[in-house]
Design a protein around this ligand. Sequence first.
Ligand code: NAD
Length: 343
Amino acid sequence: KNQAKLNIATVGYGGMGTYHVHGLIPAESDYLQVVGTYDIDMDRKEVAEETGTYVYPSFEAILDDQEVDAILIATPNDSHKDLAIRSMQAGKHVICEKPVAMNTQEFDEMLAVAKETGQVLMVHQNRRWDPDFLQVKEIFDQRQAIGDVFQIESRVHGANGIPGDWRHLKAHGGGMVLDWGIHLFDQLLWLVDSPIKSVNADLSYILGDEVDDGFMAYITFENGIRALVEVGTSNFVSLPRWYIKGNQGTAIIEDWEMNGRIVKVTGNAVENKPSPIRAGVGLTKTMAPPVDGVTETLPLPEIQTVDTSFYKNFYDVVVHGAEPIVKNEQVRQVMQLIDSILK
Ligand code: NAD
């Protein structure tokens, strides 16, 4: 199909649906346009109408609308599979919010329908475009910043518990492994191109919900790289977003504004014999700061600009048969990792 713009209808006009309709898709107006939305909730329909968005009377009405090229699914996680399958069977392409499904088995059913129908199914793993992550990718790929990376710590800490309603419930695919874990694992597996060797995870239930309100996962890769991934929702003091160790230095990225620094090795810390310092009531050479001239502190490197957005890529995949950036086999690997963590 060769046309100037793809017509998109969204299902779910909640937090993320609204952001797609009024923020993300209008920003890509050269390629995409919103033709309408549908939400099961009367109140949300009214809000959509008030903002001038066309509201379809039913999900079936979207499926029947010949003008709709693609359906964007932004509903709770347990509804993604059925909505996506019905969309593709009706001849629509699909952008599905993360997590694409509740588990790998559900995703496999979706993939089978994508194959059968030839429709495009792409998952909105938008955090691959996060500037802080692109910074990490730059440090990781370029190697000159801190040498070969051997350890990655990726964290998000909040103090607001789990917001909203369905995110507290197992049946809707609530919990932080599925909500935030999916983003952090997607970033990690895209970064480290090596099979996973082992996974250890511990989920937290501080809030007393039936779903996890956070977790710590320790992942080792075949190539020797280790990663600690942590999500917390009862953290009144936050640890840095990223802490990365390489054989030539250490990088820290504090937050999404990318405050941070690199401390790079410029000499031989051991040969320069640090003097012992008093630490607490003890004495230590091991934990003494490196002597002057052995390290230098540098700003974080410039990030390479990414010329293709998620949406432009979706357009190119649909219209020009381009290669998707968020590939379904990658999404499937992340889903499998999540299956094993939840198990
Ligand atoms: P939300 O509760 O704010 O909105 C969900 C909306 O879907 C509600 O208005 C609800 O009435 C509607 N809905 C539920 N079932 C429906 C159905 N069968 N048909 C039509 N509408 C239905 O939730 P949210 O925070 O917007 O999350 C929605 C999805 O977006 C989730 O999968 C979530 O993980 C994802 N999300 C992604 C990001 C991201 O950065 N990629 C951020 C937030 C949420």
